[in-house]
Unconditional design. Structure first.
Ligand code: NDP
Length: 260
């Protein structure tokens, strides 16, 4: 039986979106289990905080600040991680944004920005990482959303981007299965992070959204980043050795609901 606290001892992981929310919680959890974690996001001060936490809990951290929509940065991220830690076992794609809009008022540039981060950057990081993951039989976890599995009005580009991501997860899982690399996703419901405020909700509207979310999530509350991170670590670990191409809702049952 693998010791839950040492599942990732000496394993090398890249975690995007590691300055906040689900990415931050996942990076911290990997570090606490002894992983070498390359953490990335645009805010260097935040990354330094996360890196200090990882080092304090027994892991090793490499903080690389940058924008994952920049192709040169993506190449540098993978190359520097492999150069520093000697290989790559895991990739966690958590960097993402939400934006609100309908088919009538979403602009073409807004649609493109959404896909550039939520889909294209992830595809390219997977593409760049796979040769290294193949060497070690590694695994990938993408952070999708219940919005990829269900349709909600008013978040058109976001929902579409997450559905595309789920298809990317499933197709690449099939392509890599026989080669020993697994690809899965977590599909969170509403989780308390910076996502919705960064996407444009002011404090009052966010508070009202969280309150309303108690009724849309059968368990009766929103999730925490740590709850999502726990499932992400399970999917990355050998305990999930026979799982690939799954998109696991971590959503208090929300994916089961229909308007009534
Ligand atoms: P946060 O806003 O708390 O975190 C988003 C992270 O992405 C931050 O670390 C941010 O860092 C990083 N990021 C954003 N844009 C870029 C960019 N261009 N380049 C590099 N990094 C970037 O949100 P969450 O933790 O909630 O979001 C993580 C994932 O979870 C997203 O994919 C989101 O869609 C998904 N999700 C979240 C849900 C929720 O309710 N919170 C529900 C379902 C899915 P920085 O600003 O420093 O660059």
């Amino acid at each position: 039986m693998t010791d839950e606290k040492t599942r990732f001892q000496g394993k090398v992981a890249i975690v995007t979106g590691a300055s906040s929310g689900i990415g931050r919680a996942t990076a911290a959890a990997l570090g606490a289990e002894g992983a070498f974690v390359a953490i990335t996001a645009r805010r260097p001060d935040r990354l330094e905080e996360v890196a200090a936490g990882i080092e304090a809990s027994g892991g090793r951290a490499l903080a690389l600040a940058g924008d994952v929509t920049d192709p040169d940065f993506r190449s540098r991220l993978v190359e520097e991680t492999v150069a520093r830690f000697g290989g790559l076992d895991h990739l966690v794609n958590s960097a993402g944004v939400i934006a609100f809009g309908t088919v009538e008022n979403t602009t073409l540039s807004g649609w493109r920005r959404m896909f550039e981060l939520n889909v294209e950057a992830i595809f390219d990081l997977m593409r760049l990482s796979v040769p290294h993951l193949l060497e070690r039989g590694g695994s990938i976890v993408n952070v999708s959303s219940v919005n990829g599995m269900r349709s909600f009005p008013g978040v058109l580009a976001y929902n579409s981007s997450k559905s595309a991501l789920d298809q990317l997860t499933r197709c690449s899982a099939l392509e890599l299965a026989a080669k020993g690399v697994r690809v899965n996703s977590v599909n969170p419901g509403v989780t308390r992070t910076e996502l919705h405020r960064a996407g444009g909700l002011d404090a009052d509207r966010y508070a009202a959204f969280l309150e309303h979310s108690r009724t849309t999530h059968p368990i009766g509350r929103v999730g925490t980043p740590e709850e999502v991170a726990g499932v992400a670590l399970f999917l990355l670990s050998d305990a999930a050795a026979f799982l690939t191409g799954v998109t696991i809702p971590v959503d208090g049952g929300r994916h089961l609901t229909c308007a009534r």
